[in-house]
Design a binder for this molecule. Structure first.
Ligand SMILES: C[S@@+](CC[C@H](N)C(=O)[O-])C[C@H]1O[C@@H](n2cnc3c(N)ncnc32)[C@H](O)[C@@H]1O
Length: 188
Protein backbone atom coordinates (compact mmCIF):
# COMPACT_ATOMS: atom_id res chain seq x y z
CA UNK A 1 0.00 0.00 0.00
CA UNK A 2 2.70 2.52 1.01
CA UNK A 3 4.83 1.60 -1.99
CA UNK A 4 1.86 2.31 -4.31
CA UNK A 5 1.38 5.75 -2.83
CA UNK A 6 5.08 6.45 -2.95
CA UNK A 7 5.10 5.48 -6.61
CA UNK A 8 2.12 7.78 -7.25
CA UNK A 9 3.88 10.65 -5.44
CA UNK A 10 7.13 10.20 -7.34
CA UNK A 11 5.31 9.97 -10.69
CA UNK A 12 3.36 13.15 -9.96
CA UNK A 13 6.24 15.13 -8.44
CA UNK A 14 4.61 15.28 -5.04
CA UNK A 15 7.23 15.81 -2.33
CA UNK A 16 7.03 13.17 0.40
CA UNK A 17 9.21 12.18 3.32
CA UNK A 18 12.39 10.28 2.39
CA UNK A 19 12.80 6.59 3.23
CA UNK A 20 15.40 7.47 5.87
CA UNK A 21 13.12 10.18 7.26
CA UNK A 22 10.25 7.73 7.54
CA UNK A 23 12.40 5.18 9.35
CA UNK A 24 13.44 7.93 11.75
CA UNK A 25 9.80 8.92 12.29
CA UNK A 26 8.85 5.30 12.92
CA UNK A 27 11.67 4.86 15.46
CA UNK A 28 10.56 8.04 17.28
CA UNK A 29 6.94 6.83 17.32
CA UNK A 30 8.08 3.58 18.93
CA UNK A 31 10.62 5.17 21.34
CA UNK A 32 8.23 7.85 22.60
CA UNK A 33 5.18 5.53 22.53
CA UNK A 34 3.29 7.94 20.32
CA UNK A 35 -0.45 7.40 19.90
CA UNK A 36 -2.00 10.68 18.78
CA UNK A 37 -0.39 12.64 15.97
CA UNK A 38 -1.09 16.04 14.45
CA UNK A 39 0.51 16.32 11.01
CA UNK A 40 0.81 19.63 9.17
CA UNK A 41 1.17 18.83 5.46
CA UNK A 42 -0.68 15.74 4.22
CA UNK A 43 0.17 15.91 0.50
CA UNK A 44 -1.22 12.62 -0.87
CA UNK A 45 -1.31 10.92 2.52
CA UNK A 46 1.90 8.91 2.41
CA UNK A 47 3.34 9.79 5.83
CA UNK A 48 -0.14 9.85 7.45
CA UNK A 49 -0.88 6.31 6.23
CA UNK A 50 2.57 5.19 7.33
CA UNK A 51 2.02 6.58 10.84
CA UNK A 52 -1.46 4.98 10.95
CA UNK A 53 0.15 1.66 10.01
CA UNK A 54 2.45 2.07 13.06
CA UNK A 55 -0.66 2.22 15.25
CA UNK A 56 -1.13 6.00 15.50
CA UNK A 57 -4.29 8.01 15.21
CA UNK A 58 -3.54 10.94 12.88
CA UNK A 59 -5.19 14.34 12.34
CA UNK A 60 -3.61 15.87 9.26
CA UNK A 61 -3.86 19.34 7.66
CA UNK A 62 -3.78 19.94 3.92
CA UNK A 63 -4.74 23.17 2.14
CA UNK A 64 -4.27 22.28 -1.53
CA UNK A 65 -7.48 21.14 -3.27
CA UNK A 66 -5.81 18.56 -5.54
CA UNK A 67 -3.83 17.07 -2.66
CA UNK A 68 -6.94 16.93 -0.47
CA UNK A 69 -8.80 15.10 -3.23
CA UNK A 70 -5.99 12.58 -3.80
CA UNK A 71 -5.28 12.06 -0.09
CA UNK A 72 -8.96 11.35 0.53
CA UNK A 73 -8.92 8.71 -2.22
CA UNK A 74 -5.89 7.07 -0.58
CA UNK A 75 -7.45 7.22 2.89
CA UNK A 76 -10.75 5.74 1.62
CA UNK A 77 -8.80 2.92 -0.01
CA UNK A 78 -6.19 2.16 2.62
CA UNK A 79 -7.13 3.58 6.02
CA UNK A 80 -9.09 0.50 7.02
CA UNK A 81 -9.06 1.28 10.75
CA UNK A 82 -10.29 4.85 10.12
CA UNK A 83 -7.34 6.18 12.09
CA UNK A 84 -6.85 9.30 9.96
CA UNK A 85 -8.84 12.53 10.00
CA UNK A 86 -8.07 14.81 7.07
CA UNK A 87 -8.50 18.46 8.01
CA UNK A 88 -8.90 20.20 4.64
CA UNK A 89 -7.80 23.67 5.75
CA UNK A 90 -4.85 25.99 5.80
CA UNK A 91 -3.20 25.27 9.15
CA UNK A 92 -2.18 28.92 9.50
CA UNK A 93 -5.73 30.24 9.50
CA UNK A 94 -7.63 27.27 10.96
CA UNK A 95 -9.52 28.47 14.02
CA UNK A 96 -11.24 25.40 15.49
CA UNK A 97 -10.09 23.75 18.69
CA UNK A 98 -8.13 20.50 18.49
CA UNK A 99 -7.43 17.74 20.98
CA UNK A 100 -3.93 17.28 22.40
CA UNK A 101 -1.25 15.17 20.76
CA UNK A 102 1.82 13.10 21.59
CA UNK A 103 3.49 14.17 18.35
CA UNK A 104 3.19 17.19 16.10
CA UNK A 105 4.84 16.46 12.76
CA UNK A 106 5.57 19.64 10.78
CA UNK A 107 6.06 19.00 7.07
CA UNK A 108 4.38 21.89 5.23
CA UNK A 109 5.40 25.35 3.86
CA UNK A 110 9.00 25.74 5.04
CA UNK A 111 8.80 29.52 5.45
CA UNK A 112 6.01 29.07 8.02
CA UNK A 113 7.59 26.54 10.38
CA UNK A 114 7.93 29.06 13.21
CA UNK A 115 4.27 30.04 12.84
CA UNK A 116 3.17 26.40 12.85
CA UNK A 117 5.33 25.70 15.88
CA UNK A 118 4.00 28.69 17.81
CA UNK A 119 0.38 28.07 16.88
CA UNK A 120 0.21 24.32 17.50
CA UNK A 121 2.50 23.53 20.44
CA UNK A 122 -0.38 24.52 22.73
CA UNK A 123 -1.96 21.25 21.53
CA UNK A 124 1.08 19.22 22.53
CA UNK A 125 0.78 16.99 25.58
CA UNK A 126 3.15 17.81 28.44
CA UNK A 127 5.56 15.00 27.46
CA UNK A 128 4.85 15.26 23.71
CA UNK A 129 7.37 15.92 20.95
CA UNK A 130 7.51 18.02 17.79
CA UNK A 131 9.29 16.62 14.74
CA UNK A 132 10.17 18.89 11.81
CA UNK A 133 11.23 17.66 8.39
CA UNK A 134 13.27 19.27 5.55
CA UNK A 135 15.56 21.32 7.76
CA UNK A 136 18.40 20.68 5.29
CA UNK A 137 16.13 21.56 2.39
CA UNK A 138 17.72 19.21 -0.13
CA UNK A 139 21.21 20.41 0.89
CA UNK A 140 20.82 23.49 -1.30
CA UNK A 141 23.55 26.11 -0.93
CA UNK A 142 22.63 29.83 -0.94
CA UNK A 143 25.26 30.60 -3.58
CA UNK A 144 23.68 28.17 -6.07
CA UNK A 145 20.00 29.13 -5.90
CA UNK A 146 17.68 31.98 -6.91
CA UNK A 147 16.63 34.80 -4.60
CA UNK A 148 13.36 33.18 -3.55
CA UNK A 149 15.06 29.92 -2.51
CA UNK A 150 17.81 31.88 -0.80
CA UNK A 151 15.14 33.64 1.31
CA UNK A 152 13.65 30.26 2.13
CA UNK A 153 17.03 28.90 3.21
CA UNK A 154 17.46 31.96 5.42
CA UNK A 155 14.02 31.36 6.99
CA UNK A 156 14.89 27.73 7.70
CA UNK A 157 18.11 28.87 9.37
CA UNK A 158 16.21 31.43 11.41
CA UNK A 159 13.76 28.72 12.46
CA UNK A 160 16.60 26.42 13.52
CA UNK A 161 18.07 29.26 15.62
CA UNK A 162 14.63 29.91 17.09
CA UNK A 163 14.40 26.24 18.13
CA UNK A 164 17.93 26.26 19.54
CA UNK A 165 17.24 29.36 21.64
CA UNK A 166 13.70 28.39 22.70
CA UNK A 167 13.18 28.83 26.44
CA UNK A 168 10.55 26.08 26.74
CA UNK A 169 11.84 23.39 24.39
CA UNK A 170 15.01 21.35 23.97
CA UNK A 171 15.70 20.50 20.35
CA UNK A 172 18.04 17.97 18.80
CA UNK A 173 18.83 18.14 15.08
CA UNK A 174 19.46 14.97 13.11
CA UNK A 175 21.33 14.62 9.86
CA UNK A 176 18.77 12.10 8.61
CA UNK A 177 16.71 12.19 5.44
CA UNK A 178 16.28 15.84 4.48
CA UNK A 179 17.22 17.03 7.99
CA UNK A 180 14.96 16.40 10.96
CA UNK A 181 14.57 17.70 14.50
CA UNK A 182 12.94 16.53 17.67
CA UNK A 183 11.81 19.14 20.20
CA UNK A 184 10.64 18.29 23.68
CA UNK A 185 9.43 20.55 26.49
CA UNK A 186 12.06 21.41 29.08
CA UNK A 187 11.46 19.96 32.55
CA UNK A 188 10.20 22.68 34.90
C1 LIG B 1 6.16 18.03 1.78
S1 LIG B 1 4.45 17.93 1.50
C2 LIG B 1 3.90 16.83 2.76
C3 LIG B 1 4.37 15.44 2.57
C4 LIG B 1 3.75 14.42 3.49
N1 LIG B 1 3.92 14.79 4.89
C5 LIG B 1 4.40 13.06 3.27
O1 LIG B 1 5.57 12.90 3.67
O2 LIG B 1 3.73 12.20 2.68
C6 LIG B 1 3.86 19.48 2.11
C7 LIG B 1 2.35 19.67 1.98
O3 LIG B 1 1.98 20.69 2.90
C8 LIG B 1 0.91 21.41 2.34
N2 LIG B 1 0.86 22.71 3.02
C9 LIG B 1 1.76 23.73 2.93
N3 LIG B 1 1.41 24.74 3.72
C10 LIG B 1 0.25 24.37 4.34
C11 LIG B 1 -0.60 25.00 5.27
N4 LIG B 1 -0.36 26.25 5.70
N5 LIG B 1 -1.70 24.33 5.71
C12 LIG B 1 -1.97 23.07 5.25
N6 LIG B 1 -1.19 22.42 4.36
C13 LIG B 1 -0.10 23.06 3.91
C14 LIG B 1 1.26 21.50 0.86
O4 LIG B 1 0.12 21.76 0.08
C15 LIG B 1 1.89 20.14 0.60
O5 LIG B 1 0.95 19.23 0.08
Amino acid sequence: MLSRIKEYALKNNVPIITDAGLLFLKAAIIDYQIKDVLEIGTAVGYSALAMASYGCSVDTFERDEDMIHQAQIHFDLFDNQKSIRLIPFDALTYDQELKTYDLIFIDAAKAQYKNFFEKYTKYLKEDGIVICDNLKFHDLKPENVNRHTRQLLRKIDTFKNYLTMHSDFNTTFFDVGDGMSISQRKMK
